[in-house]
Design a protein around this ligand. Structure first.
Ligand SMILES: NC(=O)c1ccc[n+]([C@@H]2O[C@H](COP(=O)([O-])OP(=O)(O)OC[C@H]3O[C@@H](n4cnc5c(N)ncnc54)[C@H](O)[C@@H]3O)[C@@H](O)[C@H]2O)c1
Length: 293
């Protein structure tokens, strides 16, 4: 996708973090915005701010895990602007802790927000984009699914989150292949950031166990002290959209354990330390010390 001015971006999780940064960058490029978030008041404030600056933006309080609410989002976008050019399936949550301690509600919540939202977004928005492409040879559409490095690595005490993000990478790769069967005009990317400074927090649906508290603290520290900003993620992502790049990575140092993981798979070695070489050294040992200490 090369043209953004007057095009329409739909962004989930737009009240904060990456979603807000995508909206800021879209607005700078002259896009019209359809913003969704479960936090209605925060979303209203973001939309009011854009409107005050002359940006054409609407907001819809949306729980992206609910298919009828994602459908309502698509309906609202079409009713207001008559087209959707760029979709960010971005809203996400996380639960941590030893994988056998995660409740059924943790699984339902995280898979609902992180995976089912993307399933709904792809199922509901892709046909709108394909119909626009069929009508107009100049139409360019793009879908960005926010996964994580947790979609390529399996850190300890992050199982629910990693399962959800691996599934988003899988769905996105399949979407890439399937779109390629039918069109050149609609593309997709998968965003796999490492730790980025946002308000993102692991939490659990019941009072946390000790392992969950430790995972929350460790992840909170990594996110809180991250050197990469949401604005940088937005820049990388829009660059990838322009370049038609599928994989979007934020931290080159996080690629070493990805390579090691695939080499272990190829060579039938047991999984190694997923933090090795990332700068989060000692991450695994700190968990062991905290759990056994
Ligand atoms: N920050 C990081 O280090 C990091 C790293 C890798 C991936 N990610 C992923 O990036 C995405 C954005 O996270 P962020 O860092 O901006 O976090 P954030 O918590 O700052 O923003 C997430 C937004 O999603 C919204 N949201 C949560 N549940 C929702 C629901 N059911 N329906 C609609 N909106 C909902 C929240 O209200 C919030 O505004 C997530 O998918 C996250 O998993 C973040």
């Amino acid at each position: 996708m090369k043209h953004f001015d007057q095009r329409v971006a739909v962004i989930t999780g737009a009240a904060a973090g990456f979603g807000k940064a995508f909206a800021d960058m879209g607005a700078q490029l002259g896009m019209k915005l359809v913003l969704a978030d479960i936090q209605g008041e925060a979303l209203d404030a973001v939309v009011a701010d854009f409107n005050a600056r002359g940006v054409q933006a609407i907001g819809l309080r949306t729980d992206v895990s609910r298919s009828e609410q994602v459908q309502a989002l698509a309906d609202a976008a079409m009713a207001r602007f008559g087209r959707v050019d760029l979709l960010f399936n971005n809203a996400g949550v996380g639960a941590g802790g030893l994988v056998w301690e995660n409740s059924e509600q943790d699984w339902d919540w995280v898979l609902g927000v992180n995976l089912h939202s993307v399933i709904h977004g792809v199922r509901i928005f892709t046909p709108l984009m394909l119909a626009a492409a069929a009508q107009d040879p100049g139409y360019e559409g793009h879908i960005v699914n926010t996964a994580s490095m947790s979609g390529l690595l399996n850190a300890p005490a992050m199982g629910v989150y990693s399962v959800s993000k691996h599934a988003v990478v899988s769905l996105s790769e399949t979407l890439h292949h399937d779109l390629g069967l039918v069109t050149e005009q609609v593309r997709c990317s998968v965003l796999c950031p490492y730790f980025v400074a946002t308000g993102f927090q692991l939490s659990n649906t019941a009072p946390p166990t000790r392992s969950q508290q430790i995972a929350q603290a460790q992840s909170g520290k990594a996110v809180g002290s991250a050197k990469v900003s949401a604005a940088q993620i937005a820049q990388l992502t829009f660059d990838a959209i322009r370049d038609q790049s599928f994989y979007i990575y934020s931290h080159p140092e996080a690629m070493a354990p990805v390579q090691a993981r695939f080499e272990a798979i190829m060579n039938r070695r047991n999984p190694g330390d997923p933090f090795a070489g990332t700068g989060v050294t000692g991450g695994r040992q700190k968990l062991i010390d905290a759990l056994r200490g």
